[in-house]
Design a protein around this ligand. Sequence first.
Ligand SMILES: *Cc1c(COP(=O)(O)O)cnc(C)c1O
Length: 541
Amino acid sequence: MKNANIPRKELVADRQTLMRTFIRPENIAASTTLVKYMEQILFGLHDFLNTHVGITEEVSLKELSERYKDTIICENPEKKLADVITDLVEEIAPHAVNVASPYFIGHMTSAIPFFMVHLKTIVAALNQNVVKLETSKVLSVIEKQVLAKIHRIIYKQNEDFYIEHVQNTHTSLGCFTENGTLANLTALWVARNSTLGPKEGFEGIDKEGIYAAYKAYGIERSVILVSELGHFSLKKAGGVLGIGNRNIISIGLDRACRIDIKSLKEKIDEIQKSPTRTKIIAIVGIAGTTETGTVDPLRQIGEICAENGIHFHVDAAWGGPVLLSEKYKRLLAGIELADSVTIDGHKQFYMPMSSGMVYFKDPCRMDAIIYHANYVNRLGSVDLGIKSLSGSREANSLILYSALKIMGSRGYALLIEHGIETAKSFAEEINNRSGFELVTPPELNILTYRICPAEIKRELSTSPDAQRKILNERLNEINITVQRLQREAGKSFVSRTTLKTYKGRCESIVVLRCVIMNPLTDINILRDILDEQEELYRQNF
Ligand SMILES: *Cc1c(COP(=O)(O)O)cnc(C)c1O
């Protein structure tokens, strides 16, 4: 609240002020000013990040929404940049969520290496648009190179393959997208268009629409199969692609929370024999489910898809970067059988929001979604917009291009290994405490558990189903309350979710979910978090 009572000269929007907002660091004075703003931002936010952890309830969401109700745009400028930055740092940032805190272990959004902020600045300053070559030039070339690098760790094709395709303007190894949702949608769009593609007397589903496609193929329905733990972006894709989201069919889990292969085979069999003639557009394997971090048996699903001629998509939005770890990449064995793979950049590549990617084994596969507009894209050019769901988009590949140089695959491997190994120690700690129950042990770096007092645990193990249901409801209530109280206290944050299957039984149980990706999160911090939960339980139940 500096100078609150000194009346300020009123700001006006005129040409002269306007032109000042377009200054560049063209001389010492301009550079000094611009650097000053950058410092104000970086140091200001740093202070915020050091003093705030988790989501506090100091100011409630309701109160906050009261502050932001004015819907009129002022005609003249209200504030100068320096004052706006001060407001953002002092009034907005403290009510954002400090996802960088090592005590914030509830979600897939976490601390990022600070160089990412620098790299993001370069992307913003260059402001390239990779929809076409004419607004991006070398950035389109770099995107192709980065895509080839990641394609190589997934599919391990030989050197000749990459020499042929890395800069080939007629083929695509994949595409950057804004997030995993759009990557999954792109993959399933390609799968749909290939499965119901052009043939004699039919120009393909993308051109003629779903009704004509079903008529041409003599079917009444098309479906996509995925385990119960499929991400909800797949349902959205079902809606957008016109196949209907109830046709994203859930397959049950085995005891380890992976897709149950026997049920999958039975479902395929049932569909093939069904009187409602149905086409399977894709089967999705998950490499790191959002809720439990478990990895489906990719090799087995891949073999089933190959036998039946079905598109195999792997949703590795979370787990993809595990491929960089020599120690743990075996956990994703079979991913190379996938026709398409989703990987998020803003998850375990530790990139800033928003960055996803989709990869295709066959470099011609994306031909199924070619679109071009004469004014922007020319066929056979490097215009990346020809085969991309998005139109304009930023040159995010530059961030991954640089991050891979700064980190090396070993640097990323260390992050991944820290997460997996810390999650293992955390699981042991949970097992050693009588008041907790580990629900899904970590395969990668995600685990779920619940508060489960020893006496209830004993009862659960001997009770018939009806009694178990009552006990689980009681536990659900306890876990919901403790999770909320811990979040409101503002020191730490774990998330919660409800699992529908537990140890092969259909039981709806509320679990606390932890995602260990911040390299500063160690076992001592995790013990603190458990201690706090024990204390909250004692005080409230
Ligand atoms: C996060 C996630 C997605 C969706 O990604 P967004 O980037 O949030 O759109 C899809 N699938 C899985 C398995 C995920 O973990």
